[in-house]
Ligand binder design. Structure first.
Ligand code: C2O
Ligand code: CU
Ligand code: CU
Length: 413
């Protein structure tokens, strides 16, 4: 399953103030729709409306008005048809949306070599060109593939000349796999997170991308060497080793991509100074505090099989509004995970900032739209409900969990 015949789908490049129109024609045998993950656009009408479905053979024109002050960054699109999101995304339906601004075309960013790095892990087995179906265990644990792909390719090799700065927009488009990333051979810095540039560059060692998360990184290619970007299998669960199941993944280190640098040594200065002025919400007046409790519940009712996944005790119901918030206010949300697995919590339309986390892993100052909530832990975040009213969703970005109910409805008015 692809967009325009390729996986990932085409990279869409737009600027703040643009209007993006996309025609989705459904050539699948099942319903689908389109979500623009992370974009701060209206959730209504023909904009980022995930309550609309496109039947097989049908089509729909999506029309996104991107605010003139939209932060630049790396966003993405994928299907959002409840019940089949994991299947369709894992099968290859995902693509990048880049929002560029003038800083992208100014020094030093302009001198970098930009690449998109879409990470996925389809389960292919020995089949040719078919992504295999998932099991009940996948639904609980989250499906796992046979290895990591970069832009649909296994272990690509990138050859570059020394003296250049590589800039990678990395997206975790896997349905459920986490990517702890390590680069051996060069220094690297993170310059943007999900929804915007960071206030300043930070050392990227220790970078972990949960499903749905993005990071933009700079790699200083200063000397001739062969460097590898690697990942390890990170279990998201304390459930007796279930983390290694699914695609038959063991532990160990896997190569994501190889960077071969040739040429004379060049000393490249570390990126320094301010990248963006990020307004911190830590001093904002909080209108309301809320609690969200992520849990793995009993068996699913009514024809479902396997365990249900809940937020505040309920599974997703598109007819129910779980949270009503006021436009123009800032809210503080505490998301608690009482289950034995980590869950990446995601909110549509309105980006947030993470203030505190039970394990102390607070992301650097910048706008986020996915945050990992560790097993048995919590995160505290603040959301500014600006610019758009309307109804949309928040959910776990382990897409099998979302399909099994770990999603709620928010209406801002
Ligand atoms: Cu990336 Cu509601 O999704
Ligand atoms: Cu989203
Ligand atoms: Cu989850």
């Amino acid at each position: 399953m692809t967009y325009n015949g390729s996986t990932p789908g085409p990279t869409l490049r737009v600027r703040p103030g643009d209007r993006l129109r996309v025609t989705l024609r459904n050539g699948l045998e099942a319903p689908t729709n389109l979500h623009v993950h992370g974009l701060h656009v209206s959730p209504d009408g023909s904009s980022d409306n995930v309550f609309v479905m496109v039947d097989p053979g049908g089509e729909r024109v999506y029309d996104y008005v991107i605010p003139a002050d939209h932060p630049s960054g790396t966003f993405w699109y994928h299907p959002h048809h409840h019940g089949t999101v994991a299947e369709q995304v894992a099968a290859g339906m995902a693509g990048i949306i880049v929002i560029e601004d003038t800083l992208d075309t100014a020094a030093p960013i302009e001198a970098t070599t930009e690449r998109v790095v879409v990470l996925s892990d389809p389960r292919i087995g020995t089949s040719a060109g078919v992504v295999l179906a998932s099991s009940m265990m996948d639904a609980m644990q989250g499906r796992v593939g046979d290895g990591v792909l970069v832009n649909g390719t296994a272990q690509p090799v990138v050859t570059v000349a020394t003296g250049t700065m590589e800039r990678w927009r990395i997206l975790n488009a896997s349905a459920s796999r986490y990517y702890p990333l390590q680069l051996d051979g060069f220094e690297w810095w993170q310059v943007a997170s999900d929804g915007s540039r960071l206030a300043e560059p930070v050392d990227a060692s220790g970078l972990v991308l949960a499903p749905g998360e993005r990071a933009e990184v700079l790699v200083a290619v200063g000397h001739a060497t062969t460097a590898t970007l690697t990942t390890t299998w990170q279990t998201t669960t304390g459930m007796g080793g279930m983390g290694g199941m699914g695609g038959g993944q063991g532990g160990g280190t896997e190569t994501v991509l190889t960077l071969v640098a040739t040429g004379e040594d060049v000393s490249l200065p570390a990126p320094a100074g301010g990248l963006a002025r990020i307004e911190s919400l830590s001093q904002a007046a909080v209108e309301r505090e809320r609690e969200f409790r992520l849990a793995m519940g009993g068996m699913m009712m009514g024809g479902g099989n396997g365990m249900s996944f809940t937020i505040n005790g309920a599974t997703f119901d598109p007819q129910r509004v779980d949270v009503t918030a006021d436009l123009g206010t800032v809210e503080e949300w505490t998301v608690t995970n009482v289950s034995p697995m980590a869950h990446p919590f995601h909110l549509h339309v309105w980006p947030f900032q993470v203030l505190e986390a039970s394990d102390g892993r607070v992301p650097p100052l910048g706008w986020k739209d996915v945050v990992d909530v560790p097993a048995g832990g919590w995160v505290r975040l603040r959301v500014a409900f600006r610019d758009f009213a309307g109804r949309t969703v928040y959910h776990c970005h382990i897409l099998d969990h979302e399909d099994r109910g770990m999603m709620g409805v928010i209406e801002v008015r």
